[in-house]
Every structure is written in C-alpha cells, then in structure tokens.
Design a protein around this ligand. Structure first.
Ligand SMILES: C[S@@+](CC[C@H](N)C(=O)[O-])C[C@H]1O[C@@H](n2cnc3c(N)ncnc32)[C@H](O)[C@@H]1O
Length: 342
C-alpha cells in the first residue's frame, strides 16, 4: 500500500519560537486538549486585508493577448500560444486571424504524449525554448499537461518577496515548497537569499536546475531537494531549522516521490501549522497559493489567520489575476493568502 500522511494534524511539542511569540503577544494558553485533538491557537489574530487582487499586466516577457470562447492566446517570449481556458466564458476581442497567427496550439489529443498534444501551425517547434522573467532567463517547454513551465501570475508574489528580501538588509532564508521549475527560487536567489527548493518530481528538479544555469545564477546558494513537501517540513521542524520566508504552492492533489499522497483539503491545515513552526525567530512572510480547488479565498484566509494567531503582522488574501491586453478583462488564475510580518 502507498504511504499516506497519517496525521491530519500532527501533534507536536511547542517550539521555542511559539513559546516566545505567545509570551510577547500576551496570548493565553488554550485549555488542555483531549489526546489527539488539535487546539485552536489563543491570542490576537493578525490584522487582515481582503479582498486583495494582485494582477499581472502585459509585459515584454509575457502577455495574455486575448481570451474568450474557452481559450486564451498568450505571448511567452518569442511564441504565441493558444491553450484551453475554461473561465473565458466571454467572446474573443480580436479577430480569428490574430489567433491563427499562433505558433503553438494545445490540442490535448488523448492518444498522444508530450509534444504530440501540441499542434504547430507554422514551423514545427522544439520541445523547449528560451524565456525570460524580469531579466532571468529560463526554459519554456511544451508539456503534455498543457503547462509551459511557468505560472505567470505568480510574478506578483515574486516581486513582493524580492522587496522583502532586499528590504531586510540581512541574510534571508527562503523555503520554496512545491517549487516546480524554480522561478520563485531563482528570483529569491538573485535577490540575495539562501534558498531551499523542494519538489516531489525529479523531472521538475532537473528542469529547475537547468533554469538556474540558464539564468546565470549557478553560483547562488540553492539547495535542490526531491522530497515530499510535508515530510520535509516536518523534518525541518524536528531539527529546529527555520526559514524567514516560506512559499507554499501546493496542487489540489499530488504525490511525493515515495508515493506519499497530498490532498489539499486533507493536508493543508497540517502543512500550514508546520510552516508556522519552521519560521525563523525573525520571520518575514508565508505565502500560500491554491489552484483548481472548489473554495473561496475566505477559506484559506481563515486557515492562515487562525494559524498565525499571536504572531502579529497581517494576513492578506484574494486572487491572482492576469489582465488581458485586447479588452482589459481579468482572468482569475488562483487564490492566495499570505501572512506578512509588517
Ligand atoms: C502547482 S505546481 C507549482 C507551481 C510553481 N510553484 C510555480 O509557481 O511555477 C505543483 C508542483 O508540486 C509538486 N508536487 C506535487 N505533490 C508534491 C508533494 N507531495 N511534495 C512535493 N511536491 C509535490 C509537483 O511536482 C509540481 O512541480
């Protein structure tokens, strides 16, 4: 049988950081819980700011050119790409002739794998191509899952994280859980942080390492770890290791390298709890994004705000959106909730 995260909410002793935060906030300890029962944290809740809509505008590296009729037309570096987009319930603003200029169209043919699921109306393209984000070079790739190796809406988080790292004027440690192809890790490393990047997929780690090389950031301290995110976070907690910024971008469903099951609705509370435990004594932020789930940002907001009780700072939550070029419509991509120290 495949291993499953056994505990919905792991019960652990309080770490020094938590005892200190409770003492500073004047938080009253909660009454003793029954064995195995999770206690709600006591003390003042962080300030809150919501809804917060963070948007990515068309730029020279990436643009959502047009959208509609269940599709989106995007510019990724040199290429125009058409992919399905269930939320584009409206009609395209540009004439069909503009869409026909696409270099690649995701067809999703079920009997095909990898690039076979893509159609190239003009010249057949290679599997990878050079892309950039704010001066960082990396590799785009036509994957069988219709993704191309980056989630451009995440740029809103990257800019915010970069300013926290630079503004801290001290060594900053960043943990990137579910790090995928590593763009966030590269942005953090370029800003001067020491980065730990965790992902369950060997392929994704290899791709991320290639991106590090391509970006000319090979000399920057990034630890690449192929492991189950929850297991890694729990081990760091046991070891008493801390991070100043934690990025958390879990899929709705996933598997660790040893078959560990990740189910967002089942495991997210425990992971957020562990992330709080492994924040350093001078933490800066914890940023959570959630894609493809049937929930409101209010749900992850309440989870993060509860879990960060007694920590001070504030929790801001909302949606990450991409602003379309043709008619200025907003395409919602995901929900987020982030705790920020100041
Ligand atoms: C939504 S993507 C992350 C997107 C990325 N952070 C970005 O902004 O471009 C999800 C990633 O989680 C990884 N993953 C899935 N289950 C996992 C698990 N149990 N532990 C660690 N990583 C996992 C996948 O391999 C994939 O790379």
């Amino acid at each position: 049988m495949k291993p499953v995260h056994a505990k919905h909410r792991p019960q652990r002793g309080k770490r020094a950081g938590d005892r200190r935060q409770e003492a500073e906030s004047g938080a009253t300890p909660a009454p003793a819980a029954r064995p195995g029962e999770k206690r709600r944290r006591q003390g003042p809740l962080p300030e809150e700011k919501l809804p917060l809509i963070l948007e990515v505008l068309p730029n020279e590296d990436y643009a959502l050119i047009d959208s509609g009729a269940g599709r989106k037309l995007e510019q990724y570096g040199p290429y125009r790409i058409v992919r399905p987009e269930g939320q584009a319930l409206w009609l395209p603003a540009l004439p069909e002739a503009e869409w026909e200029k696409a270099d690649a169209v995701f067809t999703g043919d079920t009997d095909e794998e990898g690039m076979g699921r893509w159609r190239f109306p003009g010249t057949p393209l290679g599997e990878t191509w050079p892309m950039r984000h704010d001066g960082i070079s990396y590799q785009g790739r036509f994957t069988s899952f219709r993704h191309v190796g980056v989630f451009p809406e995440q740029a809103s988080h990257w800019g915010h994280m970069e300013s926290l790292i630079v503004g801290a004027r001290r060594p900053v440690k960043v943990l990137n859980l579910f790090g995928y192809t590593g763009l966030a890790s590269l942005v953090a490393a370029r800003a001067g942080a020491q980065v730990t990047h965790v992902d369950a997929s060997k392929k994704a780690i290899t791709w991320a390492r290639e991106n590090q090389e391509m970006a000319g950031l090979s000399d920057r301290p990034i630890r690449w770890i192929c492991e189950d995110a929850m297991k890694f976070a729990e081990r760091e907690s046991r070891r008493g290791n801390g991070y100043d910024i934690i990025l958390l971008d879990p899929p709705a469903y996933g598997r660790g390298p040893k078959g560990e099951v990740w189910q967002l609705f089942e495991h997210l509370p425990a992971l957020v709890e562990t992330c709080r435990e492994i924040l350093s004594p001078r933490p800066l932020a914890m940023v959570l994004t959630a894609y493809s789930i049937r929930a409101s940002f209010f749900a992850i907001h309440a989870l993060v705000r509860d879990e960060f009780t007694g920590m001070g700072g504030g929790v801001e939550s909302g949606e990450l959106i991409i602003r379309e070029k043709a008619a200025g419509r907003a395409l919602s991509t995901s929900l987020f909730s982030r705790w920020v120290a100041v």
